[in-house]
Design a protein around this ligand. Sequence first.
Ligand SMILES: *[C@@H]1O[C@H](CO)[C@@H](O)[C@H](O)[C@H]1NC(C)=O
Ligand SMILES: *[C@@H]1O[C@H](CO)[C@@H](O)[C@H](O)[C@H]1NC(C)=O
Length: 371
Amino acid sequence: MGSPHWKRLCLLLLAGLTSSLLLYGHYYATVESPTGRRIIASESFKPSAELEEPKPSRKQPSRCLRSVMARAKADPKFGEVFRFDIPVLMWDQHFTLETWERLKTRHVPYGWQGLSHTAVGSTLRLLNASANQHLFDRDTFPRGCVRCAVVGNGGILNGSRQGKAIDAHDLVFRINGAVIKGFEEDVGTKISFYGFTVNTMKNSLIAYAEYGFTQVPQGKDLRYIFIPSDIRDYVMLRSAIQGSPVPEGSDKGDKPQKYFGPEASAEKFKLLHPDFLQYLTARFLRSELLNTQYRSLYMPSTGALMLLTALHTCDQVSAYGFITTNYKQFSDHYYDEEKKPLVFYANHDMMLEAALWRSLHQAGIITLYQR
Ligand SMILES: *[C@@H]1O[C@H](CO)[C@@H](O)[C@H](O)[C@H]1NC(C)=O
Ligand SMILES: *[C@@H]1O[C@H](CO)[C@@H](O)[C@H](O)[C@H]1NC(C)=O
């Protein structure tokens, strides 16, 4: 018995795959219609030779012995899959002619095809703080290993009493409709990173308001991770740093402070690199959907992208509220009032994600919460 809001968002039940895909395909075509002008190289490009291959974002070496990196490298299968020198984040240095030429040939979220040069460039130029170049500063964690928990919103967390264990991690990632109030015992309260696309964030505020998700989490130490899945993400990010209303596009007039709080500074925001998203999809979540005419709408889920981001930055990673083999025993979300089946969106491949979490857990690379 979903609310009208909920129904509105459930565009894409797997049951109606074909017809839904047509609907979504239309939506997506709108997103991708080329709005960009032909690009004229200008002084906004930094003259540089070193920039085609962006600098690795993991500048500070880890002192952790039993780390994700050590375990992945030792694993016969995952040793070939992980590349820890891939840039995770994007910042001002990446806005070069070379990168523009390369990324404009790939559609979002893997590139900048059809996006306005001005919109992308003016956003990236604001990401010029050292905090934009790494997820966190290793020096603030004197203990050897930086331990991260990534908290999905799965029904498996209902009644789990994992709150204390989650909060005991150094850093906690949460995503989309991360309802905390009333569920502290099960999901904890700590939040270091909130990951989203503007689309998923705004949909969550509509769909989960009745469960208490009336505001995007805010806090002095909280950092926001933008997934650049649309021009909206670049435009919102720029306005968020400038502390001004969104001047154009589908979020025109929106006040970013409403979402991210009054403190607007570049340090608060991180942007995932399109090359990182391309690498994650190609190596970890290459779905069969990519072999169909619907390839352009497929992308890993927000939760998957955050978990994989943690795997490429933290030393140890625990996943809570992610899909498990026995997902049918649990409701869609931990805050559902009555049990609902997990929603399969046609633009994601949840069974492939489930298989990946299971095999990373079996390889000892993540700790997947199961019951
Ligand atoms: C970043 O750019 C802004 C705006 O152009 C400028 O005011 C600021 O000083 C720059 N910060 C750094 C760390 O270079
Ligand atoms: C949450 O767990 C309680 C007991 O632990 C159960 O009674 C309730 O039905 C569960 N809610 C959902 C939505 O599954």
